[in-house]
Design a protein around this ligand. Structure first.
Ligand SMILES: *Cc1c(COP(=O)(O)O)cnc(C)c1O
Length: 438
């Protein structure tokens, strides 16, 4: 529940279990049972029956019985991760997180003020995970005017008293920086029981590991497969990396970015260098500094916390660091590239034309890069991270005249909304938190 560790770093498990001997036996389990098998390997403080109940309630809110169904679309398989309440993959983690937090807080008789920063989808998914829950308030920082209107409405139409939307006049990185700065004030953090649900939260990463196994089962357990992941904060793909380290036969993790390509540049050059944020057709990935990347570095740097700290310190001082490596690539498990907006929109149009299947702009980035970097004749899974109706403006640029809607979203228009607009000012945000924390 603590978000960042007390020294400002990120939490990782002591040990990554090797599941090669048992993962085949999980074939045929329903999603909740699979999630139970995977997650309990990392959880020793919730009894089996309670954990099973939490997991079942978390995935009972999804509108497809498979939870994360795999669809065959031409030469690729699309893992649909958008069947939760807010129609984006973040629900997979945050429905679980809301229920786990509620459980822990009621056992300890304490309360929690969640502070999060969102570029769009995290906020609504986090809100959907905790709305109306006892003992929890949520404060969501997001860049005013830089999320889609629909994404904003998914947050601001939630009127429960424990939900606070704060629209900052800045970029997503500004929101994330401000949030980190509030968290680094340890006295404040402790006094106001602050916690995080951002993608740095370990329990979120944990919940996301599950669907990589689900994809493999739905593919029929091939000897190898590749997965293409549209990437922003490196959370989703890091879960895939853990699945790989647990023994899942992922041949390559294909990292797909939009024009905000710091990660793609890193995996192709070994140089991690901050750029300017640019706004794209896939706004949930308009991120330069990916918070979960630090976790990957831990494994890449021989599980040395000191080396990670040095790396992050140099990055913070100089804005760029070179990783010294001896192989032709930074990491043979990864391939990486970026897609321009034009390539993204063309991919949406081509997939629809050829297969009558709609992919959202984030998914399209993954499909474009996945196809480009895929080698050999092993199966390619592309993660579909949002329902296309969430990004209706981009969809109509790609496919003029094609109607893209979802009843859940249509129902939002005209509902009353609530938000606070603020400058990027830490003291004002803290003041608001103090006034509204429970
Ligand atoms: C958050 C998000 C991403 C990026 O996921 P990360 O875990 O931050 O890499 C991609 N697509 C959509 C639709 C998202 O909401």
């Amino acid at each position: 529940m603590m978000g960042l560790a007390v020294d400002g770093g990120l939490l990782v498990p002591h040990q990554i279990p090797d599941v090669r001997a048992v993962m085949g036996d999980w074939h045929g389990l329903d999603y909740a049972s699979l999630a139970f098998e995977v997650m309990r390997l990392f959880i020793d403080d919730i009894d089996d029956e309670t954990l099973r109940d939490v997991i079942e309630r978390s995935y009972g809110t999804f509108d497809d019985p498979a939870v994360t169904p795999l669809r065959s679309v031409g030469d690729v398989s699309i893992l649909e991760l958008f069947h939760g309440p807010t129609l984006a993959f973040k629900d997979v983690a945050l429905q679980f997180l809301g229920n786990v937090f509620e459980l822990i807080l009621s056992e300890s008789q304490s309360h929690l003020n969640i502070l999060g920063a969102t570029s769009g989808d995290t906020g609504s998914a986090a809100i959907a995970g905790v709305r109306g829950k006892d003992r929890i308030n949520i404060f969501v920082l997001y860049p005013d005017g830089k999320t889609s209107r629909l994404q904003e409405r998914q947050m601001t139409t939630v009127l429960e008293d424990n939900v606070h939307n704060i629209a900052l006049r800045g970029s997503f990185d500004d929101c994330q920086t401000l949030m980190k700065s509030v968290f680094s004030d340890l006295d404040f953090k402790e006094k106001y029981h602050l916690g995080a649900v951002n993608s740095v939260n370990w329990a979120r990463v944990l919940a996301q590991i599950v669907y990589y196994f689900s994809a493999w089962h739905q593919l029929g357990m091939p000897a190898k497969f590749n997965v293409s992941v549209p990437t922003g904060n490196f959370g989703d793909i890091f879960a895939g990396y853990l699945a790989l380290r647990m023994g899942l036969p992922i041949h390559r993790l294909i990292l797909a970015t939009n024009s905000n390509d710091i990660l793609a540049r890193f995996f192709n050059s070994g140089r991690y260098a901050r750029g300017e944020v640019s706004y794209s057709e896939s706004p949930a990935m308009d991120i330069q500094v990916s918070s979960n990347f630090e976790r990957y570095l831990f494994y890449r740097l021989g599980e040395s916390g000191d080396k990670v700290a040095d790396f992050m310190q140099s990055f913070s001082n100089e804005g760029a660091v070179n990783l010294h490596y001896n192989t032709p690539r930074v990491d043979e498990h990864f391939r990486a590239a970026s897609a321009s907006d034009e390539q993204t929109l063309n991919t949406i149009a081509a997939v629809y034309r050829d297969h009558q299947y709609l992919v959202d702009p984030h998914t399209a980035v993954g499909v474009h890069v996945g196809r480009r970097l895929h080698e050999g004749d092993i199966p390619l899974v592309c993660l579909a991270t949002a329902h296309p109706a969430k990004f209706d403006a981009a969809m109509s640029r790609a496919l003029p005249g094609v109607e893209v809607s979802h009843p859940t979203l249509t129902a939002l228009s005209g509902l009353p909304e609530r938000k606070q607009v603020m400058e990027v000012d830490e003291d004002r945000v803290k003041g608001y938190l103090v006034a509204h924390s429970g």
